[in-house]
Design a protein around this ligand. Structure first.
Ligand code: DGL
Length: 254
């Protein structure tokens, strides 16, 4: 069996990682992808460390059982909790995510950099290390409750606008050089968030993650050869009748 012909496993707590799937598929069109949204357990960010670890292990095992040649953790929160452990345990590429603070730190106009992410992502040591290196002007802004809007397919509503206004407080009136979308769900709120910061770049880590996937597959001779159109298989622990059509639509929003 040629391992390069095996699919890439990619997962998130829910629908947010579909934005990463879309980016990776665009970069690596010949690859087959298996996507798992753990929607029944979303959001991860309000769970305990051990609960998230347990879910990540289960989902990773599920994708490996189907022959995944690499794993993409399309979730900043799950990466912070579980990437190091998975890498230590598995002999295959494990690609994680982190808030795009490094590229954001290059946006220098005398203002702050707002880092939007789940409370859990911002509280864990991985983010502290990132802040240490690139965070001189960064302000971490925990965004409790935002993932739930995306899971409900509520990407543009008065309630969403009110919640964002509450989270942002008076930051939209202050000098901001960049806003980091440090949770893959927030990619789908780009328009709603941009309405508060109209002249500010909103940065995410999706392209960087897709490129890292390509690099690690190339290093191990695992890139699939040939001009073929790869397949995308979508799975969820949630209500498939609702979630799969939502994921299919979200694939095309990006
Ligand atoms: N998409 C996940 C992330 O990037 C959402 C986390 C959650 O489920 O709380 O952080």
């Amino acid at each position: 069996m040629n391992q390069a012909n095996q699919p890439i496993g990619i997962f998130d707590s829910g629908v947010g990682g579909v934005s990463v799937l879309a980016q990776a598929h665009a970069l690596l069109p010949a690859e087959d992808f298996l996507y798992y949204g753990d929607n029944a357990y979303a959001p991860y960010g309000v769970r305990s460390h051990s609960q998230v670890m347990e879910r990540v292990r289960w989902v990773a095992g599920h994708l490996l059982d189907q022959g995944a040649k690499a794993l993409v953790i399309a979730c900043n929160t799950a990466t912070s909790v579980a990437a190091a452990e998975l890498r230590a345990e598995l002999d295959l590429p494990v690609i994680g995510m982190e808030p795009a603070l490094k590229p954001a730190s290059l946006c220098q106009n005398g203002g702050h950099i707002l880092v939007l992410a789940t409370p859990m992502t911002l509280a864990l040591p991985k983010f502290a290390a990132l802040m240490e290196r690139y965070g001189q002007r960064a302000v971490p802004l925990p965004c409790a409750g935002l993932v739930e809007f995306v899971e409900r397919d509520e990407l543009d509503s008065d309630a969403l606008h009110d919640h964002l206004a509450y989270l942002f407080g008076d930051w939209p009136q202050k000098p901001i050089d960049a806003v980091v979308l440090g949770c893959t769900h927030y990619i789908y709120l780009r328009r709603a968030i941009a309405a508060f910061f109209p002249a500010t770049p909103l940065l995410d880590g999706n392209l960087g993650t897709a490129r890292q996937l390509e690099r690690l597959l190339a290093e191990r001779n695992l890139l699939r050869a040939g001009h073929r159109q790869g397949t995308l298989t979508l799975e969820t622990s949630g209500d498939a009748k609702i979630i799969i059509p939502l994921m299919q639509r979200m694939l095309h929003i990006i």
